[in-house]
Design a protein around this ligand. Structure first.
Ligand code: NAD
Ligand code: UFG
Length: 352
């Protein structure tokens, strides 16, 4: 895990918004491993400063860290003055689907407002290289699976709509004539399927605040004894065993996909492209429960509960385009995802 030239100051700098979060912290590690210097901007609204320190323990380079809200234009401008970024990776935003229906304005303010401010400051500094965290949620309820990038998009909740609107804003930016802008936009939209697992060190991982909304952290907290039992939301879907099927992808694979997208920016011209980041393989809720029991050696008690509003039966990727154009594909299988998730949970029962 030691990276030999970790202290070199000649590394190209990459701005990582939301870099203290679950996915961003793993991306910081892979950026260092690939020879870059991550610079993190995060307001710590859903993360801890400790995550960035742990990145340094894994790869011996502590990312520069700015505790800053993306909507703070002056603060962000100061960060751009101090650094010379090769590209920006934009993770910062709110992501709880259910909460987004309760407080939609906050989601639009944070997700859209933060992105607009970021893009305006980037334009001021003639920086057009952007990699954006989008989501498979932009496919709404797909007519068939596997899902490829040409499928129609739609939104079923304000969180998903914020991702969809940002994708459209970024396409508009990339299509605008260069003579009206400081820089040509070279934008990659990465549509994640379901990120799970943790770095093999057990030092960084997913640390949800409160009761987890997502399946894997919920199962992990049942396994460790913090939660009594899992509610399986619906067992009457048209799937292998009636429970919902998703494309779970190891977060380290996902992080490597970002490095591949960053490196591909050099060879693609200006524009805006979307890629699915998934494995192409779907697993049901009950298959996930069994796999976690095997990895952890713990029982996961569960009960069948009503369907969760807004959930779909099947969601998994056709990930061919990322393989063909980014030269990336997921390496880790389900067992490894579970072993790493359990190592993180058991070594950090209360998170960071
Ligand atoms: P996370 O909450 O762990 O990370 C997001 C980070 O952004 C947090 O550290 C938070 O403090 C920070 N942040 C939020 N608003 C901010 C603001 N206004 N200014 C500065 N920092 C701010 O979430 P994650 O799981 O790492 O997700 C990262 C990105 O990927 C998000 O945009 C999310 O919507 C997207 N995504 C996540 C998933 C998933 O299942 N985890 C799936 C698809 C897409
Ligand atoms: N599930 C349960 N019980 C739980 C939690 C989830 O049965 O306590 C089921 C769900 O019904 C679904 C599956 O487990 O069938 C996965 O649910 P998650 O909440 O973990 O993930 P989703 O597929 O609903 O959504 C996630 C993110 C979204 C993102 C989407 C696609 O939460 O933000 O993946 O990337 F858009």
């Amino acid at each position: 895990m030691h990276s030999p030239s970790a202290s070199s100051s000649t590394r190209p700098e990459v701005l990582v918004t939301g870099g203290a979060g679950y996915i961003g912290s793993h991306v910081c590690v892979e950026l260092v491993n690939a020879g870059y210097r991550p610079v993190v901007v995060d307001n710590l609204s859903n993360s801890k400063r400790e995550a960035v320190r742990r990145v340094a323990r894994i790869c011996e380079l502590e990312p520069d860290f700015y505790e800053l809200d993306l909507n703070d234009r002056e603060g962000l401008t100061e960060v751009f003055k101090k650094h010379d970024f090769k590209a920006v990776m934009h993770f910062a935003g709110l992501k709880a689907v259910g909460e987004s229906s309760q407080i939609p304005l906050k989601y639009y303010r944070e997700n859209l407002g933060g992105t607009l401010t970021l893009c305006e400051v980037m334009a001021e500094f003639s920086q057009g290289n952007l990699i954006f965290s989008s989501s498979a949620t932009v496919y709404g309820d797909p007519a068939t699976v596997p899902i490829d990038e040409r499928f129609p998009t739609s939104a079923t909740n304000p969180y998903g709509r914020s991702k969809l609107i940002i994708e459209e804003i970024l396409r508009d930016l990339a299509a605008a004539p260069k003579e009206h802008q400081n820089s040509a936009w070279n934008i990659t939209l990465l549509r994640y399927f379901n990120p799970v697992g943790a770095h093999e060190s057990g030092l960084i991982g997913e640390d949800p605040s409160g009761i987890p909304n997502n399946l894997l952290p919920y199962i992990a907290q049942v396994a460790i004894g913090k939660l009594e039992r899992l509610s399986v939301f619906g067992d009457d879907y048209d799937t292998v065993d009636g429970t919902g099927v998703r494309d779970y992808i190891h977060v380290v694979d996902l992080a490597k996909g970002h490095v591949a997208a960053l490196e591909a920016l050099d060879s693609t011209g200006p524009g805006c492209r979307a890629y699915n980041l998934g494995t192409g393989q779907g697993y049901s809720v009950l298959q996930m429960v069994k796999a976690f029991e095997k990895a952890s050696g713990r029982d996961i008690p569960y009960q069948i509960a009503p369907r969760r509003p807004g959930d779909i039966a099947n969601c998994y990727a056709n990930a061919d385009l990322a393989r063909q154009e980014l030269g990336w594909e997921a390496q880790f299988g389900l067992e490894r995802m579970m072993v790493d998730a359990w190592r993180w949970q058991s070594q950090n029962p209360d998170g960071y």
